[in-house]
Design a protein around this ligand. Structure first.
Ligand SMILES: NC(=O)c1ccc[n+]([C@@H]2O[C@H](COP(=O)([O-])OP(=O)(O)OC[C@H]3O[C@@H](n4cnc5c(N)ncnc54)[C@H](OP(=O)(O)O)[C@@H]3O)[C@@H](O)[C@H]2O)c1
Length: 339
């Protein structure tokens, strides 16, 4: 197996543990034996547990000797709650290490250099695998990565005039939302949505709850009734966005999903805090109702094309009758932020 093929396997392993590793990154690793056969796969265990490389090495055992490690992030070079992965790779007899991106965290960085100084053939591919992007960006910005998700009609409404929004999209789109929730650290809504929709904000599969449940967060000052779904399940409430993001960051969250509604979404956008957007679009029209963004209240309203907010399209998927467009902040804006 070629290292780039092995990186796909490692990226998939990383995807499976998203949401369970913060504040650590969700990393995937693959060990190829000396003949290039896959002999071990691993992903980051929850905090305090083994890193991906250690899990993959354990599976490979003695077959790792003379082999290649392919990892979605530069192997760490520091002793935190676990020992440095660099040393474990060297001791296992790995002769080649291929990693996707350098570690941006100064204490953990330098693993590639440490290994090459000891005769290991080391290569950085410079590819960000999807599972790692939120963590990488959060680490650079010092706040959780924010994805704003909304469901809308083709004419841009996220609720009807009477406030109802169930359901704009079909079962496949809603199943995709639940899977996505199961891979996030937290879901945020405004008190308006909490009061109007009485959501549970859980991540549900057909046969019950996903093993990982994101933290449920409400922003706003209004009281959420104790007998609401959130009241019964337990939730966190913060007066404003900054307080919420700071508290989430301090308690380890790195990847959060903002599920609206239009007032909160506009406030996030206005504050320059939307890193990625998931637009679930239904082939339906309302003609009137709540637009996806309440630009008037938050000041987001743009009056001239010169101020239009553009994003880069990262992916487009068809989900039954609906379409999911995933967008990210344009590369030039990320560069302005020193990324
Ligand atoms: N289709 C979709 O994807 C979707 C998703 C979510 C909601 N919705 C629909 O949206 C409607 C609710 O809209 P909405 O605009 O009332 O709900 P919202 O945005 O969820 O909540 C608005 C409230 O959030 C708090 N808030 C917002 N920005 C804030 C900021 N910068 N700082 C502090 N607090 C802030 C305020 O709470 P306080 O007033 O309590 O301080 C504000 O009144 C419902 O009809 C719902 O069905 C649709």
């Amino acid at each position: 197996m070629e290292p780039t093929e092995a990186l796909d396997v490692a990226a998939l392993a990383a995807e499976q543990v998203r949401g369970t590793t913060s504040p650590n990154p969700p990393v995937g690793a693959v060990i190829l034996d000396a003949a290039g056969q896959l002999v071990g796969t691993g992903a980051t265990r929850p905090p305090g547990g083994a890193h991906a490389e250690i899990v993959a090495l354990a599976e490979a055992g003695g077959r790792a000797r003379g082999g290649t490690a392919v990892v979605t992030l530069e192997p760490c070079n520091h002793t935190g709650r676990t020992g440095p992965c660099t040393r474990a790779l060297l001791e296992a007899g790995i002769v080649r290490v291929v990693y996707a991106v350098p570690d941006p965290f100064p204490q953990a960085a330098g693993g590639g250099r440490w290994l090459s100084d000891r005769g290991v053939d080391t290569l950085c591919l410079g590819i960000e695998v999807p599972a790692l992007r939120p963590w990488l960006r959060a680490t650079r910005l010092g706040r959780p990565h924010v994805t704003w998700k909304f469901a809308a009609t083709m004419d841009g409404y996220s609720a009807a005039g009477d406030g109802g929004s169930r359901w704009i999209t079909g079962p496949r789109a809603r199943a995709a939302v639940h899977l996505d929730r199961s891979r996030r650290d937290a879901i945020m809504i405004g008190s308006g949505t909490a009061l109007q929709d009485d959501p549970a904000l859980t991540a549900r599969a057909e046969d019950g709850l996903y093993a990982h449940q994101p933290r449920r967060v409400v922003i706003g000052g209004r009281t959420i009734p104790a007998d609401s779904q959130l009241g019964r399940l337990g939730f966190e409430q913060y007066a404003g966005i900054d307080q919420a993001l700071a508290a989430l960051w301090d308690s380890g969250a790195r990847d959060v999903l903002v599920e609206g509604g239009p007032t909160l979404a506009a406030a996030f956008l206005d504050a320059g805090l939307v890193d990625a957007v998931q637009a679930y679009l239904a082939p339906a029209l309302l003609g009137t109702g709540r637009p996806v963004l309440d630009g008037d209240t938050a000041g987001t309203g743009v009056t001239t094309m010169a101020d239009i907010r553009r994003f880069d399209t990262r992916d487009v998927q068809r989900l039954g009758p609906d379409v999911l467009i995933e967008m990210v902040r344009p590369t030039n804006e990320q560069q302005d932020e020193g990324m």
